[in-house]
Design a binder for this molecule. Structure first.
Ligand SMILES: [Zn+2]
Length: 259
């Protein structure tokens, strides 16, 4: 009996995987995401194709980056993306002012909005949301790894139902959320924000740094960064928007029954 327990312990992966899927989020049935590229975004690639077929040969464009992001997630997780029209399909379209996405599978209303000049990393991040991932810094255990600056803590306490742009943003992107799948915190996650958030509210310099890592946060960052050793410097830090981390990929696989 004891030998069996020992074998099981050796064979099971240590729980060193991050999980950041919010309660209430649904996985995609059959680990398959139907998608539809709208005519306006296809136009950016100068293609006559109606879906991602042949994307690697398209000109650099919002449409090409979207297709590359889906290919990247597919290769890392096994979740498939298939071109299909219909209510449940992810509508991938241009948006003049924001790059955003819905989270996980919803029977209707899944979408990715992409600004014409959005960079690849932010589009890859949005498809992480489509696959169910929440922001890593919104996990309930974040306080062990980082400390929000006092001004942001104040906003979190006082914004209530406030309708100012700052309060709307704070309520959307910073409250902690219960997870339905979680284990170790991942500072290397593609879904974690940078400490520097100046572009959110240019008028207020305090947004140039919104958190500081605790000793545990720094240790976790040091431990996870080697996976990005071959990437350029801007990618080798917490809040990187370059690549899917090992734990991001694991979480999506696990959420979809592929791990
Ligand atoms: Zn996001």
């Amino acid at each position: 009996m004891k030998l069996w327990l020992l074998l099981l312990a050796v064979m099971s992966p240590v729980s060193a995987q991050a999980g950041a899927v919010m309660k209430g989020t649904n996985p995609w049935p059959n680990a398959t995401v139907p998608y539809q590229l709208t005519a306006d975004i296809l136009k950016t690639a100068g293609t006559t194709s109606k879906d991602c077929t042949g994307w690697a040969k398209w000109k650099a464009s919002a449409a090409q980056k979207a297709c590359r992001a889906m290919d990247d997630w597919h290769r890392r997780t096994g979740v498939r993306f298939v071109a299909r029209e219909g209510l449940g399909s992810v509508q991938i379209k241009l948006n003049a002012s924001a790059t955003t996405a819905t989270v996980g599978y919803m029977p209707i209303g899944n979408q990715v909005n992409i600004e014409p000049n959005a960079n690849y990393g932010s589009i890859l991040h949005e498809f992480g949301h489509i696959l169910g991932l929440m922001h890593e810094h919104q996990r309930t255990d974040r306080g062990t790894y980082l400390t929000f600056e006092p001004f942001l803590q104040d906003y979190l306490k006082t914004c209530g139902l406030g309708l100012t742009p700052v309060c709307l943003d704070v309520r959307n992107a910073f409250p902690s959320r219960e997870t339905r799948l979680s284990s170790d915190y991942d500072p290397c996650s593609l879904m974690h924000y940078l400490a520097k958030q100046q572009p959110r509210h240019k008028e207020d310099p305090r947004w140039s740094r919104i958190y500081t890592l605790t000793a545990k946060g720094r240790a976790a960052e040091t431990a996870c960064l080697p996976q990005f050793a071959k990437l350029e410097k801007r990618c080798r830090k917490i809040g990187q928007k370059c690549a899917i981390s090992e734990r991001d990929a694991w979480t999506v696989r696990r959420f979809h029954g592929l791990a």
